[in-house]
Write a protein that binds this ligand. Structure first.
Ligand SMILES: CC(C)(COP(=O)(O)OP(=O)(O)OC[C@H]1O[C@@H](n2cnc3c(N)ncnc32)[C@H](O)[C@@H]1OP(=O)(O)O)[C@@H](O)C(=O)NCCC(=O)NCCS
Length: 191
């Protein structure tokens, strides 16, 4: 698997005095240990309040099948966040299918999360920048994303990176028996 393609902040202000190695990389395939760590991170994110669609804890085989499947989809690229070598989060870049010529210039950043035990080290920011770089490298001019209005940390992150909010959906998700609004963003990528 290709190693570090981007390096996050080594000493993030919230990280305390101990320095950590924070890296992001694109995953070609997943080793058994990376898959296991990724599933643990995902499970922790789901329990903490939802990460990437799931709102209820999932059995480990379901998470494993899901991430194995992600690696097989040609239009999807999986990016991993590592803290001190351990996979603690991920994000996905989704390109339009080949028939969608009208939107071939755009891509979507999806399902970004960092496990609660690895937050505050700049990994989500590094993941986002790495996904932007990968999208631009495939010719994408625009990156789209959407999230729940309750995901305040992510909103702060994306707005600090220049994502423009263009819309809101009052019934975007349904969590805990209640509708949750969604917010839609885009960013024009540098040439
Ligand atoms: C959003 C999330 C990915 C951030 O992960 P992270 O690795 O801790 O984020 P970073 O350390 O890279 O922080 C980047 C920026 O995010 C924002 N941010 C991160 N945590 C925050 C918090 N608790 N409150 C407010 N803003 C926060 C800040 O703008 C921060 O920049 P700064 O450190 O310069 O202030 C993580 O909280 C998460 O997985 N949340 C649940 C899932 C989710 O919301 N996914 C996004 C949907 S697509």
């Amino acid at each position: 698997m290709p190693r570090a393609l981007a390096r996050a902040a080594m000493t993030h202000p919230q990280a305390g005095p101990k320095t950590h190695e924070a890296l992001v990389e694109r995953a070609g395939s997943l080793s058994e240990s990376d898959l296991s760590d990724l599933c643990e991170a995902a499970a922790a994110a789901i329990i903490e309040g939802g990460g990437f669609g799931w709102v209820r804890p999932q059995p480990r085989p379901v998470l494993e099948s899901y991430f194995r499947g992600v690696c097989l989809v040609p239009e999807r690229a999986l990016f991993l966040a590592r803290l001190d070598g351990t996979v603690v989060g991920s994000a996905q870049l989704l390109r339009p299918p080949r028939n969608n010529e009208a939107q071939a210039f755009a891509a979507t950043l999806m399902h970004a999360f960092v496990a609660p035990y690895a937050r505050g080290h700049g990994l989500a920011r590094a993941l986002t920048l790495r996904v932007e770089e990968a999208a631009a490298a495939t010719g994408a001019k625009v990156l789209n994303l959407d999230l729940r209005a309750t995901q305040t940390a992510a909103i702060a992150l994306y707005e600090s990176l220049g994502y423009v909010r263009w819309g809101a959906h009052p019934a975007y998700a349904h969590v805990g028996g209640q509708d949750v609004a969604g917010l839609f963003y885009f960013k024009r990528l540098a040439e």
